[in-house]
Design a protein around this ligand. Sequence first.
Ligand code: GLY
Length: 314
Amino acid sequence: MSNIIKPKLIIHGGAGSSLKGKGGLEAVRKSLHDIVSEVYQLLLEGKSATEAVIKGCELLENNPRFNAGTGSVLQSDGQIRMSASLMDGEKQKFSGVINVSRVKNPIHLAEKLQLEDDRVLSDYGSAELLRELNFPIYDPLTDLRLQEWIEERKENFTKKMAGVVAESEAGRGTIGVVALDTQGRISAGTSTGGKGLERIGRVSDSAMPAGNYANAYAGVSCTGIGEDIIDECLAAKVVIRTSDGLSLQEAMKKSITEALENKRDLGAISLDRNGNIVWGKTSEVLLAAFHDGKNIGDCLEWDNDELIGSIDIL
Ligand code: GLY
């Protein structure tokens, strides 16, 4: 039993510029804490980090509050196209789908692709895979997202992206999960409906190593404006800096500082093989919650000037 590690978990439901109203905050908190609680239980039961990440992403995709799976935002042409990826840190293997439609849980496609030679598929290939796997056709559209899009259309799409933190408040929605299991394995998963109102064919960071990356040392899932995350190559940068000898705290701090200097709008959650949990953001709000091995906590009201927050190893 001595080599059994205490599992750790961190999840996010996006980042943004505001989290209006106490009602919004408490509702988001409950959604995130419930999911942390359910997924952490799986880790305690000995499920792998990858299994926990898939389940966590599935639960977040199923919650219409968040911009992934059900509740995804609409693109400029009124269609929903989702992207998701999974990275198994032990195998150092990335898989993902880009701009997939008519599926309930894009993360399940990323899961299936872990076993394939061709592991990242765009829209056409993802649709073929759905058909091959006989996944049921599913419409992730919610009334709220449709109403938001119709309002934007009335204003002739004057905004550059949809507003999505919590209910209908401004933000940059994505969901993500990073887990450390009892065997010391790390995995990361990220899923999104994109920025909203984007032009057809725009590719999100969520199915790129820039937005979702893990190896034996650390795992990171990002949220925020995809182009900013891609320009910083944020997830891969933090993980590689950790592999090269920086502590996770140092790696996150250095990377978020650079992002701030470059005026990026983003956030990231991470953990390492020692059980450190670290998050960082340049945006105002990061909707993240975690299990530190003892308690569930979150960063919903975290607003310090240090750019990163962390939980000490227990
Ligand atoms: N980070 C999600 C997106 O920009 O697509």
